[in-house]
Design a binder for this molecule. Sequence first.
Ligand code: ATP
Ligand code: MG
Ligand code: FE
Length: 334
Amino acid sequence: VLILAVESSCDETAAAVVKNGLDVLSNIVASQIDLHRKYGGVVPEIASRKHLELINPVIEEALQTARVTYDQIDGVAATYGPGLVGGLLVGLSAAKALAYVLHKPFIGVNHIAGHIYANFISNPQIEPPVVCLTISGGHTDLLYFKELGDYQILGRSRDDAAGEAFDKIARVLEIGYPGGPAVEKISKEGDPVAVDFPRPFINEDNYDFSFSGLKTAVINYIHNQKQKGKKLHIPDIAASFQQAVIDVLLNKVMKAVQEREVKSVILSGGVAANKTLRQQLSMALAEKDLPLYTPLLKLCTDNAAMIGAAAYYQYQKGDFAPFSLGAAANLSLK
Ligand code: ATP
Ligand code: MG
Ligand code: FE
């Protein structure tokens, strides 16, 4: 089964051709990072215009790279939420139009499900039951999969997402955009125990997260140091902040694997690209003889291959969408 998939929920215009949910024949990502850098974040209006410009060439390139023609495609998929409504509409309309003229099923995919399914491309050997931590720019969700198609939400962030916290702290520290990779890089030169930032919710008996208090603590710390006339040691602050985030994430994952029957743990979303987190979590899990699976780095952040993988499982169930399917900016996992 060949799926042509489109992703345009944020600031990457992406298209991919994926065979049977596993084989990525092409994965084209046109990132707008450079365009938004000077604003320190994604500007929705600029993003949707750029998507409009790029969507057709990116789809063409995905087909050409895969050496596949339009009539070989079995289904056309697009992200319909969550994300920025203008961007979503561009990808969704392009995918619907293609499905319509090709007389092929149209599949609407939840972007967060896509992040999760990126794992199955990279690690087809994953065995349920699985604990899955999804950590991205807009989401921090801890999920439990009894079977691969059947999950339960254990907990989520009550305020900021993990990636959002990285992005905001990077902005305050003025170390670059996007924030996650910038914090990770500069943290290598810092001491993670230099500043004792709070670990919100770490000992609470639930699977929820909160990162806005940690963000405020970092901002207050910077402010106080400046007032005292002290020089800021940016690598130490970044490393200490990063460690506080990792400690909380790690703690909740370990709580979940202790309280449930689990065969493996998977990470997904942009923050899953963080190597320090990957290392610490896989070491903690190794003590319990549990493997940690992560998507390939380029499949962690936004891409269309992950949408094509999720769409394949929907295709198999006959879970097709009508052409009336609209963009759902606040779509959540059910
Ligand atoms: P969502 O998927 O929730 O709609 P999004 O699509 O914007 O949000 P992703 O593309 O999955 O999010 O991930 C981007 C986020 O990942 C950003 O917040 C970015 O800072 C963060 N990120 C990327 N690389 C790293 C890293 N190495 N360490 C920490 N965070 C990272
Ligand atoms: Mg992005
Ligand atoms: Fe994403």
